[in-house]
Design a binder for this molecule. Structure first.
Ligand SMILES: C[S@@+](CC[C@H](N)C(=O)[O-])C[C@H]1O[C@@H](n2cnc3c(N)ncnc32)[C@H](O)[C@@H]1O
Length: 562
């Protein structure tokens, strides 16, 4: 039997027969007796066999997480030792993965890597005719061993109902685990599926979808061995536990969905202390965004951290819990005022919910003498109206004419300013788009000084507010630091042309120090991202620059030559 914590140490003990063994801890790890119990209140057992396979590739001697259980969270991950910011906590292989439909890509997806594949150049499976982007991908064993035979036998071609079939492909693969991979199947059986919650939900989308799934598996594919309940359960597991590939900025986005046993144990927090990446091998990499002390719960964000509390909590209802994390409990969201509105009844007041965890709470003005008040539906309507405006011409992204876009984005923000606090997520969402546009102009060296100043102003603001709501290392923070250093460098090169070595020298030295500091942090964050991702490419670019300009003196030399 292996140690529950580090997984690697064999424990000399008489394991009880069957799969469920009492948890034992090796002397290296020795901590208190584990208190894991199942959510259904069964006795405290944990099937260690279930987690040995996916983590064989772990290189750590002592495993840095353990699973605990509470009434509120169900099972969750806890740090078994201090974990450092940026550290890879663990890396695991998926139980199973599958494609997810893409509403942005007009092409089909490769059944192996899930990237969009051009119909002209794709390779079809010689048996079932489903698409692959290359002959290498067409060798995919999962496809051959799992759905290929079923699709061939049922004569289901990609040409027919492609969107529906592709949406259900991972469900099919999961169900086929039952015979193909009993360990994976057992892992799935232990996962949260909220079957009852989905059944009783007032949202009739679940019900309609449930019928579609059953029809596809049992009728279209003829797999009568799976009954409604089983299909329902596995579908719930996928909805609650699967991870999307988060490489949306990469050169070729994978439209994939991945199920990981230990990954699925991470609980949610709107200001999480960890982040994940699905790497090129489809492995799940859990990384610490901040220092995580021993005994702390390790959390991910299931919702978008760059949305306000109302929207995040609404989204999390699909996971069947009301989020009560520290960020949701604090109406100011750690002093960021990310959801705050301006009071319409006085000059300086801001509107915030009186009771932040209470859905129907009125939003009240912060000024003691002001009676300014809005209902939650009025607040939601403001957000909805602004989002609708943002998605309508001329404010939608116009890739052909970026110049108009910058002016339009500024104009859109002007429209929101009378309603929202300057740090409101609606305004900051538009600002972030603006930052990216300005950065584009900076890269092609067509940025006037006034735009560079705007880029610096916005980047600093987004770093400051972003770190309040999502502390530490994350993709957005890394990208913002990259933009900040290039904006600073640009301002310095213009400044140097004017007064290098004269009255502005102290100022120049300060900016140079700033650039070196920002570059170092940006490089560390960006290079920790999976190779091939947009962030990693930025990191490599920065590394090249930093190799040439390793010291402040190198940077000054370069500036002098400009
Ligand atoms: C991906 S699973 C996490 C593992 C799950 N707790 C288990 O025991 O299998 C997601 C589910 O965990 C629970 N959960 C996660 N984070 C939570 C939180 N912050 N508050 C309450 N429940 C949470 C919810 O039931 C949610 O649907």
């Amino acid at each position: 039997m292996r140690c529950k914590q580090c997984i690697f140490q064999e424990i000399p003990s008489a394991a009880s027969p069957g799969n469920d063994v009492r948890i034992e801890i090796c002397p290296t790890c020795s901590v208190d007796e584990c208190k894991i119990s199942s959510s259904k209140g069964k006795k405290a057992v944990f099937n260690i066999e279930l987690i040995t396979t996916p983590i064989q590739r772990l290189i750590m001697e002592c495993f840095p997480v353990k699973i605990e259980w509470s009434e509120v969270f169900g099972r969750y991950l806890v740090a078994t030792r201090d974990i450092q910011q940026g550290e890879l906590i663990f890396q695991i292989e998926p139980i199973i993965s599958g494609p997810t439909p893409s509403y942005t890509e007009p092409e089909w997806l490769c059944m192996s890597c899930y990237k969009a594949t051009k119909k002209k150049t794709m390779v079809r499976c010689s048996d079932c005719q489903w698409p692959f982007c290359s002959s290498e991908c067409a060798e995919d064993e999962v496809h051959q061993e799992y759905e290929c035979l079923v699709l061939t036998r049922a004569k289901v071609l990609p040409e027919e109902n492609y969107q529906e079939s592709i949406t259900l492909m991972q469900l099919l693969r999961c169900l086929l685990l039952k015979n193909k991979d009993p360990t994976g199947w057992q892992q799935i059986q232990s996962m949260e599926s909220h079957v009852e919650g989905r059944k009783n939900s007032s949202n009739d989308v679940w019900e309609r979808w449930r019928k579609e799934e059953i029809k596809f598996i049992r009728e279209t594919l003829g797999l009568k061995e799976f009954d409604d309940e089983e299909i329902n359960f596995v579908s719930g597991v996928l909805s609650m536990n699967a991870f999307g590939s988060n490489d949306i900025h990469g050169p070729k986005h994978r439209h994939g969905s991945y199920l990981y046993y230990l990954g699925a144990m991470a609980s949610h927090d709107c200001s999480p202390n960890a982040d994940y990446e699905v790497d090129a091998n489809q492995d799940f990499n859990l990384k610490a965004s901040i220092d995580i002390p021993k005994g702390t719960q390790i959390t991910l964000s299931y919702a978008l951290p760059f949305q306000g509390t109302l929207l995040r909590r609404e989204y999390l209802k699909d996971y069947f819990f009301d989020c009560c994390c520290n960020r949701c409990s604090d109406s100011t969201e750690f002093g960021s005022y990310f959801s705050a509105l301006k009071c319409a009844s006085c000059e300086n007041g801001i509107l915030l919910p009186e009771y932040s965890l209470h859905e129907e709470s009125p939003w009240k003005c912060s000024e003691t003498l002001c009676k300014g008040l809005k209902s939650v539906s009025e607040v939601s309507a403001h957000i909805k109206n602004f989002e609708t405006l943002r998605e309508s011409p001329p404010y939608v992204i116009d890739t052909k004419n970026c110049l108009v876009n910058i002016e339009n984005l500024e104009e859109l923000m002007e429209k929101g300013k009378p309603i929202f606090h300057p740090n409101h997520f609606c305004l900051m969402g538009v600002e972030f788009e603006l930052i990216n546009k300005l950065q584009y102009y900076l890269e092609i060296k067509q940025i006037p000084m006034s735009w560079n100043d705007r880029l610096l102003e916005l980047t600093r603001k987004h770093i400051d507010i972003g770190q309040k709501i999502w502390h530490g290392w994350n993709d957005r923070y890394g990208r913002l630091l990259f933009m900040l250093q290039s904006g600073l460098l640009n301002s310095l090169s213009t400044k140097c042309q004017k007064d290098f070595g004269e009255k502005g020298e102290a100022d120049t030295q300060r900016i140079i120090k700033d650039i070196m500091r920002v570059r170092n942090e940006a490089k560390n964050i960006l290079l920790s991202k999976p190779s091939g991702s947009y962030e990693n490419q930025l990191g490599l670019k920065l590394k090249l620059i930093m190799d040439k300009e390793a010291t402040e003196a190198d940077l000054i030399e370069r500036l002098k030559k400009l």
